[in-house]
Design a protein around this ligand. Structure first.
Ligand SMILES: [Zn+2]
Length: 396
């Protein structure tokens, strides 16, 4: 019979042996992505290297990590290896567009841009809870959001500040900001009042506001004057009336000043009157590049104009932006734009292993703006493999 002391010693030793045994036989890494061009603006990395993942995290980026040290290998020679994409303006309220579809194109984190408001946001929270990727929400300042037929602020009293504040407080894990859609068709003459009410919700909670601009009742400078550092202007390249350019095609001084103050400018491709090649081109020629590039993807966008975020990113390759800068707008910069997503969008050691692998195809590819004006580009980002939290989620 064992003495009490022997028993204690035996039971103390057992868990250690049990813990160690599996690791003795397991591969050093769960997954290694080999030989791709690794782009991570957060670390100023743009070089061919291998990326090693263990326990759902990035553990190394260096040349020549042996395949034999990995349980699984993705051969990425000739491809781009980037942080999982972050799409800060999407819509996931429709059954026909699922977060899984976005994830399959490299989008490991996405933000719903105001599909629902305080009265019906639980629908969106349910989508986010069941999503295979990371879905967060910008709460529409109007109670029912897009479920109101796209005219949610024509009656400004639908923007109920206490109700919106309570909705955010109830769901801080999911709701990361406030959305206000300001076009005349949505808000009539109430654009500035809608921003003021969004402000009243967002400021005490220290969360950002995203405003949707383009064809607003008020000129853009009046809207920008109500924004604070960290707020986001989506549909930045919306055409006149009340776009970011003056009559001579120059970026308005108030827009330059807003950027200097820390207000962020986002693309939001979408489908109707949100951007033209001409506005984007003129602004970019003057050095006014987007802070973030987002899709504004809806179910209809899956087959019309938007397609997916990598397709939208490819439009900015056509407009002359280098590929590393384009990827930064949907990774590093996007993570910085949404405070709750700040730790994502990078391949830094210790970060959650969200990774996208792309083919950068060469050829002739047609792309369109919101007026279906066609331009032909010669490079296109095509999703090849996606890793979410260290696990490969689709195959090429
Ligand atoms: Zn939208």
């Amino acid at each position: 019979m064992l003495t009490r002391r022997q028993l204690l010693r035996a039971s103390a030793a057992a868990p250690i042996l049990l813990n160690r045994a599996p690791q003795l036989f397991a591969a050093e890494y769960d997954l290694v992505i080999k030989g791709g061009r690794v782009l991570d603006a957060a670390q100023r990395i743009d070089r061919v290297a291998d990326v090693a993942i263990r326990g759902g995290k990035i553990v190394a980026i260096r040349p020549n990590i042996a395949s034999s040290s990995a349980a699984e290998v993705i051969e990425a020679g000739g491809k781009l290896v980037t942080p999982g994409l972050i799409d800060i303006h999407t819509h996931v309220a429709e059954k026909e567009l699922t977060p899984a579809q976005c994830l399959s194109t490299g989008v490991t984190s996405q933000v719903d841009g105001g599909s629902r408001g305080a009265l019906n946001v639980d629908e969106l929270i349910k989508v986010a809870q069941n999503a295979p990727n990371r879905v967060r929400i910008l709460l529409n300042i109007s109670g029912r959001g897009l479920a109101d037929g796209g005219t949610e602020l024509l009656d400004i009293d639908k923007a109920d500040v206490p109700a919106a504040r309570r909705a955010v407080e109830r769901s801080r894990d999911w709701i990361v900001g406030i959305k206000a859609r300001l076009s005349r068709s949505v808000a009539g003459e109430h654009d500035l009042e809608a921003v003021r009410r969004a402000r009243q919700v967002a400021d005490p909670l220290k969360i950002p506001i995203m405003v949707h601009v383009g064809d607003t009742a008020s000129p853009l400078p009046g809207i920008l004057a109500l924004l604070r550092p960290g707020d986001i202007v989506t549909h930045m390249y919306a055409p006149a009336p009340h776009g970011m350019l003056d009559d001579n095609g120059r970026v308005l001084p108030q827009v330059l000043d807003a950027r200097r103050r820390g207000i962020l400018f986002d693309v939001g491709n979408g489908r109707t009157a949100h951007w033209t090649w001409e506005v984007a081109e003129r602004a970019i020629q003057q050095g006014f590049l987007p802070d973030t590039i987002s899709s504004d993807l809806t179910a209809a966008g899956l087959t019309d104009q938007v397609i997916n975020l990598p397709n939208v990113l490819s439009k900015f390759l056509l407009l002359g932006m280098p590929v590393d800068q384009v990827i930064a707008r949907a990774t590093t910069n996007a993570a910085r734009a949404i405070p709750e997503l700040r730790s994502y969008g990078t391949l830094r050691t210790g970060a959650i292993a969200d990774v996208a692998v792309f083919d950068l195809r060469e050829g002739d590819f047609d792309f369109v703006d919101n007026y279906k004006t066609r331009r032909t580009g010669h490079r296109k980002l095509v999703p090849y493999a996606v890793v979410m939290g260290g696990k490969r989620v689709n195959n090429a």
